[in-house]
Ligand binder design. Structure first.
Ligand SMILES: [Zn+2]
Length: 308
């Protein structure tokens, strides 16, 4: 009898699903940290089956266990595998450059500049002592290398260096200009990276917490002063603060505070905001009108009979 048949027979004897038996067998092969996480209830017993294929890759399991991201396990595993692949890809690229006598690194040290930004050509600069490449991976995991100069001042003035420039940077950029260009580039890279991460998270398994922990507070924080004031007046749960100098009554401050007191308050605040927005939505936003009508209908709302 094969191992699979034995597992099946055992499951029958124990009156448990086959997956129950397989998960408990898989636990034994996992690193102790994963076993401890299952014991502590941080992972489900059934998660052992998902971790099993990576039992001999402790770095991937460690990354999944240690990560502060709370995505579902499949998604965390995919990310960890991708990260591990990227590290391997980068290490290979770096050793290939080293074999060719070129320094390669994964970060750009302070003061270094991309050859492109200096108007220098890779072919000419390659033999210089200040030449190195920064390697990274793009979103498909492919290697991207950017040739850099570690001592841009060597080429700053005519005569200091006989390297030809491409002429792209006729007027040398001031340090401040370069810094703002670099900062803009870094921001763009960081945003693209975060967006890719967010896209993966949004495509992964949905959780109710996504709505309560993120969607509601973000939408509330972005709500306009007018709609918050209208929602506050609708709910009547707070007293507006009065400005002694004028007749100005501020509803939104106390309402924001009230909404921040509990998840239930925040949810009610956002319901009220959705309501006042849907009521105010004109004919050009029929979906808001439909949503409002559906909500009232499901709650059993009846319009008052016209008085005789
Ligand atoms: Zn250089």
């Amino acid at each position: 009898m094969g191992a699979g048949m034995k597992q099946k027979a055992l499951a029958q004897q124990l009156n448990q699903p086959l997956s129950w038996v397989r998960a408990r067998i898989a636990i034994v092969a996992l690193p102790v940290e994963a076993q401890a996480a299952i014991d502590a209830g941080e992972l489900e017993v059934s998660d052992a089956l998902k971790l099993a294929p990576y039992a001999d890759q402790p770095d991937i399991i460690a990354e999944v266990l240690g990560g502060h991201w709370r995505g579902d396990l499949d998604w965390r595993l995919r990310n960890a595998v991708r990260d591990a692949e990227r590290r391997t890809t980068l290490a290979t690229a770096i050793s290939e450059y080293e074999a060719a006598g070129i320094v390669a690194m994964t970060a750009t040290p302070a003061g270094a500049r991309a050859l492109d930004a200096l108007g220098l050509v890779d072919r000419d600069h390659r033999q210089e002592r200040c030449h190195f490449v920064v390697v990274g991976t793009d979103y498909n995991g492919a290697v991207r290398s950017v040739a850099h100069c570690a001592e841009p001042t060597r080429h700053a003035k005519r005569g200091d260096s006989d390297l030809k420039t491409t002429g792209r940077s006729e007027r040398p950029r001031s340090e401040a200009e370069q810094e703002s260009i670099d900062a803009a580039k870094a921001t763009k890279v960081a945003n693209t990276h975060r967006n890719a991460f967010a896209r993966d998270a949004i495509e992964a398994k949905l959780r109710r917490r996504d709505i309560t922990d993120f969607v509601l507070p973000a939408l509330f924080a972005c709500a306009g002063q007018t709609e918050i004031t209208e929602a506050a007046k609708l709910l009547q749960v707070v007293e507006p603060t009065k400005d002694a100098q004028s007749s100005y009554r501020d509803w939104s401050g106390p309402f924001r505070q009230w909404a921040g007191e509990s998840q239930a308050n925040l949810t009610r605040a956002m319901l009220a905001i959705a309501y006042v927005q849907a009521v105010a939505a004109g004919a050009w936003r029929p979906r808001a009108n439909e949503a409002l009508a559906g909500w009232l209908d499901r709650l059993g709302y009846k319009a008052p009979e016209p008085e005789a």
